[in-house]
Design a protein around this ligand. Structure first.
Ligand code: KIV
Ligand code: ZN
Length: 522
């Protein structure tokens, strides 16, 4: 029997949190992550207490397989899940990748809506039913925790959806997922579908029903909660709501809604909400996608009370305008931490406190960068250290490494960049002119590592802390043949941060070239 099924049987109000940041999130444009980054996110999710981590789509590429496999080795508590189409090869790849995990789940899916069956699959409903039976039965050979999803369930005919769900459960699925794949349904419709399934599918009590809602109309979280109100006991979600198109239901919104409105929705999860801010910020740094300032729960303004009336009320009693506290989501003031006089030991201890355990080499590199920063910046805050160390970690194993940069800038051009990179261990330098210093740097990178098909889509700079000596955090987004990749870089020098961000994106582009999207096949 699957662990999740047992948990819900023992506590019927328990909602299983299935995080798909590393699969549905990662497969969305610009959100690709390398192995190191995926491991880092998996650790945070595990620490946060998510029940299931969908770690990837193992058959997509060697890199995806390896990531799921490595995550399966390190995660201590969460169930590790691999996604598979209704194909033996996909299921075998998932089974192999999740093998080292303490708790393993195989997630297999096929489309059930008339539109998808006709145009995407070119299969008859009977063929799809047969595929449901065969894929779930086959997956059950490898684990007793099998999840089946009806892709495009919200646009599937009721009778056929009921039949598919019944067959999936009969074949051994212990979780049945009802996705609103295209983000089309409204809460009243999602709750009606779940209610209908509970009324009509005879063996529905043998499985957990799950919500997987996309946010195209901005109601993914509302749809997920609507399903729970009718008996669904798993929500599939992602940190910061990343995912295909407008994204998936945001984990932090689902969790804080359940917690804050427990009076109305008396459901429990296993999530330690104080880990939310860290998870959100780490993901933003890794992907280069910062969240909008007014984003619920994790936006920079989510707990800022700007208007005079609000501030006055807040000072008298925080409950006047605050429905949840910043501390409950792990939001604390960035503390002043270190000065240039701080030693290696103190540096290592501080990093430990911030959740970073670096090996000796990485620690030496990070310490050298810290000293350099402390020389240039009067005060070094926790956020500075986080940005610096994240930057060190994300680039550690990359094939292309930043070495040094000298820039000529100012009103009397031409501006130029003298850049050295290490490529697979070989140092290459080029001096290139450009239309401004950033243009010169990016041209120099292109001169050293040609990548004609990749176009620059976004170049964005923001300051990690206040003050003119603040570190810059730069995001660069590249597009190549429809694939979008983001990179980020941090440094006290904005131009160095720009070079690092571009190189980070380029490394990810190289790693990503062979991966396939499980739903579109592209
Ligand atoms: O949105 C969707 O339907 C999916 C499935 C693969 C579960 O992501
Ligand atoms: Zn999805």
């Amino acid at each position: 029997m699957s662990r999740a099924f047992d948990i819900v049987r023992n506590n019927p109000n328990r909602v299983i949190i299935f995080d798909t940041t590393l699969r549905d999130g990662e497969q969305s444009p610009g959100c690709a992550m390398n192995l190191e980054q995926k491991l880092k996110m998996a650790n945070i999710l595990d620490l946060m207490g998510v029940d299931v981590i969908e770690a990837g789509f193992p058959v997509a590429s060697q890199g995806d397989f390896e990531a799921v496999n490595e995550i399966a080795k390190i995660v201590k508590n969460a169930t590790i899940c691999g996604l598979s189409r209704a194909k033996k090869g996909d299921i075998e790849a998932s089974a192999e990748a999740i093998k080292p995990a303490k708790y393993k789940r195989i997630h297999t899916f096929i489309s059930t809506s008339p539109l998808h069956m006709k145009h995407k699959l070119q299969m008859s409903p009977d063929d799809v039913l047969e595929a449901v039976k065969n894929s779930v039965t086959f997956a059950c050979k490898f684990t007793d925790d099998v999840e089946w999803s009806a892709e495009d369930a919200s646009r599937t005919e009721d009778d056929f959806l009921c039949k598919c769900v019944e067959v999936a459960i009969e074949s051994g699925a212990r979780t049945v997922n009802i996705p609103d794949t295209v983000g089309y349904a409204m809460p009243v419709e999602m709750s009606a579908i779940i209610e209908m399934l509970f009324n009509r599918v005879p063996n529905i009590d043998k499985a957990i029903i799950s919500m997987h809602c996309h946010n195209d109309l901005g109601v993914a979280v509302a749809n997920s909660l609507a399903g729970v109100s009718k008996g669904a006991r798993q929500i599939e979600c992602t940190i910061n709501g990343i995912g295909e198109r407008a994204g998936n239901a945001a984990l932090e919104e689902v969790i804080m809604a359940l917690r804050t409105r427990h009076d109305l929705m008396p459901y429990d999860t296993n999530i330690d909400t104080t880990q939310i801010t860290k998870a959100s910020r780490t993901l933003s740094t890794i992907t280069g996608f910062s969240v909008q300032p007014n984003k619920a729960i994790v936006g920079a303004n989510a707990f800022a009370h700007a208007s005079g009336i609000h501030q006055d009320g807040m000072l008298k009693n925080a409950d006047t305008y605050e429905i949840m506290t910043p501390e409950s989501v792990g939001l604390t003031e960035s503390k002043l931490v270190m000065s240039k006089h701080s030693g290696r030991h103190a540096f290592r201890e501080k990093l430990k406190e911030l959740g970073f355990e670096l090996g000796d080499n990485a620690l030496n590199d990070a310490f050298a960068r810290f000293k350099n920063l402390a020389d240039r910046k009067k005060e070094v805050f926790e956020d500075d250290l986080i940005a610096l160390v994240e930057d060190e970690i994300i680039s550690k194993d990359d094939a292309i490494q930043f070495v040094s940069l000298q820039v000529m800038a100012g009103t009397s051009g031409p501006q130029s960049a003298d850049l050295c990179l290490n490529i697979d261990g070989k140092k290459i330098c080029k001096k290139v002119k450009g239309n401004g210093p950033v243009d010169a740097i990016f041209k120099a990178i292109r001169a050293i590592c040609p990548h004609e098909d990749a176009k620059l889509q976004l170049y964005q700079v923001h300051a990690v802390t206040g003050g003119t000596d603040a570190q810059a955090e730069v995001t660069v987004r590249l597009e190549e043949n429809g694939k979008i990749i983001s990179g980020s870089g941090a440094d006290a020098d904005t131009l160095v941060a720009s070079a690092r961000a571009y190189i980070h994106a380029l490394n990810k582009l190289i790693n990503r070239r062979e991966a396939v999207n499980p739903q579109t096949g592209l």
